[in-house]
Design a protein around this ligand. Structure first.
Ligand code: NDP
Length: 318
């Protein structure tokens, strides 16, 4: 019996591919030289897509797959998938919530410690011989007892709050709707930034959060303040961030995500007020294995009974 056809956009681990190859005929987008010619032959046969949070499903690919029925995302963020079109066409969309909460929280703690405790500079001081040549490294800032604002207190935001407890912080948060949690709620993001030592961004990307961390928020955070962005690059106005760092109106930034990935502006790379990561929030063997398993589970469940395990909210009714 022939297997359903699946288009793979972006990477997959060997384990994911082994499970997919047993159940689907897999086409890999990056291996297709002439997409239009491929689409003319195979487009109508493809019922499933597997993709990731960065690549999503480009509009020309979506259009070339008239019988697409399911999109399985290898990640929790799905702002790169046009869910309006998927709902209109009855295409189910799944993602990988919860299995990465702890790892993204770990990444947040890594950026917090690296920034406040001057890790980049101190490591360079030790490695370069400056310790012997110049004496002790300059003092840094303790992470203990700080007021930490969480922008987006969802699955990951809550895990960040839980793991921050070792620093005995005061946690405050901003979301569109107040949550049933023992932290102070701020309806106004600028007001929260003014009250914070550290602001952690962990909302989804997309239109409703586009550049909500703007000049006013960054300047409210202030010369001693630290911004941490582990959400999406689109959430922070990158030009305003560069200006605030360069002028000293913002103290420092720890960034895992950027507006035009994988491009990182030179000004951020050159700044001694930044700690930069190449979007590795969930990128450990253990967590990617769990995400990969759920991504494939969604596809196998769809193949078995037409449903997915973890649909995105917009498509849950389909
Ligand atoms: P959830 O949906 O569980 O939580 C999202 C939170 O953001 C909710 O508290 C929501 O509250 C809030 N929120 C949504 N829109 C707005 C808005 N316009 N203004 C203020 N708050 C808002 O998502 P997760 O915690 O599972 O994931 C969050 C995001 O983290 C993902 O969408 C992804 O973009 C990013 N991520 C990044 C990773 C990395 O590698 N750096 C890895 C994994 C995820 P409310 O609806 O009340 O506003």
């Amino acid at each position: 019996m022939s297997q359903p056809e699946l288009l793979q956009i972006g990477g997959a681990t060997a384990e994911m591919r082994a499970r997919l190859d047993a159940e689907f005929t897999v086409h890999v987008l990056s291996e297709i030289d002439d997409f239009d010619a491929w689409a003319a032959t195979h487009g109508a046969g493809v019922e499933a897509v597997m993709t990731n949070g960065h690549d999503g499903v480009p509009a020309h690919v979506m259009e070339a797959l008239p019988n697409l029925k399911v999109v399985s995302g290898y990640g929790v963020g799905y702002d790169a998938v046009d869910t309006d079109t998927c709902v209109a066409r009855g295409i189910k969309v799944s993602h990988t919530p919860n299995v990465l909460n702890g790892e993204v929280a770990n990444t947040t703690l890594l950026l917090l410690l690296a920034g406040l405790r001057n890790f980049r500079h101190d490591e360079a001081w030790a490695r370069s011989g400056d310790w012997e040549a110049k004496g002790n490294a300059p003092l840094s800032t303790s992470p203990d007892g700080k007021t930490i604002g969480i922008l987006g207190l969802g699955r990951i935001g809550q895990e960040i709050a839980d793991r921050l407890f070792v620093f005995n912080p005061e946690i405050v948060y901003h979301t569109r709707t107040r949550k049933d949690v023992p932290y102070t709620y701020y309806a106004d993001l600028v007001e929260m930034a003014r009250a914070c030592d550290v602001l952690v961004c962990i909302t989804p990307g997309g239109a409703s959060t586009n550049k909500i961390v703007n000049k006013d928020v960054l300047e409210a955070l202030g010369p001693e303040g630290m911004l941490i962005n582990v959400s999406r690059g689109s959430v922070v106005d990158e030009d305003a961030l560069i200006a605030a760092l360069d002028s000293g109106k913002l103290g420092m930034a720890g960034l895992d995500v950027f507006e035009r990935e994988p491009h990182i502006p030179d000004a951020l790379k050159a700044s001694d007020r930044t700690v930069l990561l190449p979007h590795v929030g969930s990128a450990t063997h253990e967590t990617r294995a769990a995400m990969g398993a759920l991504t494939v589970d969604n596809l196998l469940q769809w193949k078995a009974d037409g449903t997915v395990k973890t649909p995105v909210p917009e498509c849950a009714h389909l």
